[in-house]
Write a protein that binds this ligand. Structure first.
Ligand SMILES: Cc1cc2nc3c(=O)[nH]c(=O)nc-3n(C[C@H](O)[C@H](O)[C@H](O)COP(=O)(O)OP(=O)(O)OC[C@H]3O[C@@H](n4cnc5c(N)ncnc54)[C@H](O)[C@@H]3O)c2cc1C
Length: 335
């Protein structure tokens, strides 16, 4: 296993923050994972495993041990009369895996196209977009368990998925995910609950998975900044879930409020709340809020994680004062 000392993480986080890791390991096999966990644990220093760094705010140099998950491989694991079971190793690019699944005749992941990052990180926050969440297509995963010091298989129940949440958020440094298996019905059905997809495809006959894939990619490219061009981590805040009472109260006060029913609660559009507070497009030194989408915080170049977190605090404060709603940050913060 290769380890670099005092390595820059600038190219390994999509905000492009220029911090360093005192030890940076590259995990290319399951035996690298065992070696890394053993070495990092015996050092008694903190350790963490990253994928593509697209859901991180790195606001300081990282002491201890950091690893980049780079184990590759994807295959059809098995099939039943009704379902395909496809597996990818944790270091595969999520988007390339989605493309591969479609090209090989295993549709069902197309709504999740173009989400940056790795397959191994996808269960961590139960990624979701355009009407589909990972848990709906998830079968199981394999991970190295720091507690038992062995590889374990976790099924959907074990993972305790909910909106941008899983067991991995509850026990952050316990598991290193090494592969994920997805279960996809052979009888494909288009998932068009998301308003922009409904609008485009409602009356289209003989719709194909690739049509949804292409449309999702087009919408995402038009709305979200490309991290190669402008540093960001996608949505910076969760959409807050509120009670029906609070929703009714807010709706009366703010008739334009954007919200979606979510069981017996309501999910408020955090981007709308932030926009109403006047932050859309704002620039604070070298960081700011994306001009086309208030939910996305950006690094205009040379900014730091600290600067970004200061801006995030200002946004949270103003949203709380205006709407009485607390925003929570989506990316994982190291400060
Ligand atoms: C432009 C843009 C758009 C985005 N759109 C969406 C979206 O639509 N929906 C959505 O849900 N997310 C979205 N995201 C967020 C992000 O892409 C996802 O959260 C993605 O799954 C993160 O993958 P990663 O490999 O980059 O993880 P990282 O950022 O490297 O890590 C994230 C967390 O997962 C942990 N982790 C990573 N790999 C492993 C592993 N193998 N084992 C154990 N823990 C691990 C890390 O320690 C960290 O806590 C977007 C981000 C960007 C930049």
């Amino acid at each position: 296993m290769k380890i670099d000392l005092h390595a820059s993480l600038r190219a390994h986080n999509t905000f492009g923050f220029d911090v360093s890791a005192s030890h940076l390991a590259y995990l290319e096999s399951k035996s690298d994972v065992v070696e890394f966990v053993s070495q990092a644990s015996s050092s008694k220093q903190p350790w963490q495993v990253f994928g593509g760094g697209s859901n991180l705010v790195l606001a300081k140099d990282l002491p201890g041990y950091t690893a980049l998950m780079q184990i590759k491989g994807k295959s059809l694991l098995k099939e039943s009369p009704t379902h395909f079971y496809i597996q990818a190793m944790a270091g595969e690019s999520w988007h390339e895996f989605v493309e591969w699944s479609l090209n090989n005749g295993y549709p069902g992941l197309e709504n999740l196209a173009l989400i940056p990052g790795t397959v191994g990180a996808a269960p961590i926050q139960n990624i979701g977009a355009y009407g589909v969440e990972l848990e709906e297509v998830f079968d199981s995963l394999e991970a190295f368990d720091r507690n038992s010091q062995e590889f374990v298989t976790l099924n959907k129940q074990d993972c305790n998925f909910s909106y941008r949440h899983s067991i991995f958020k509850e026990e952050p440094h316990r598991y290193v995910v090494v592969s994920v298996c997805f279960v996809l019905p052979k009888q494909w059905q288009a998932k068009l609950s998301y308003a922009e997809l409904t609008k485009v495809f409602a009356n289209q006959q003989s719709l194909k998975p690739i049509d949804i894939f292409n449309q999702v990619c087009a919408i995402r490219r038009s709305k979200l900044p490309d991290p190669q061009a402008i540093g960001n981590a996608g949505s910076f805040f969760h959409n807050p879930l509120v009670s029906d009472d609070l929703y009714q109260q807010l709706k009366q006060q703010f008739p334009q409020l954007v919200a979606y029913p979510n069981g017996d609660q309501w999910k408020l559009a955090a981007g709308w709340l932030i926009d109403q507070c006047g932050f859309k497009g704002c620039v604070m030194g070298r960081v700011g809020v994306y001009e086309k989408q208030a939910l996305v915080l950006v690094n205009h170049g040379g900014g730091t994680g600290e600067e970004l977190l200061k801006l995030a605090e200002q946004i949270k404060k103003k949203v709380k004062e205006t709407f009485g709603v607390s925003l929570t940050v989506e990316p994982v913060i190291f400060n």
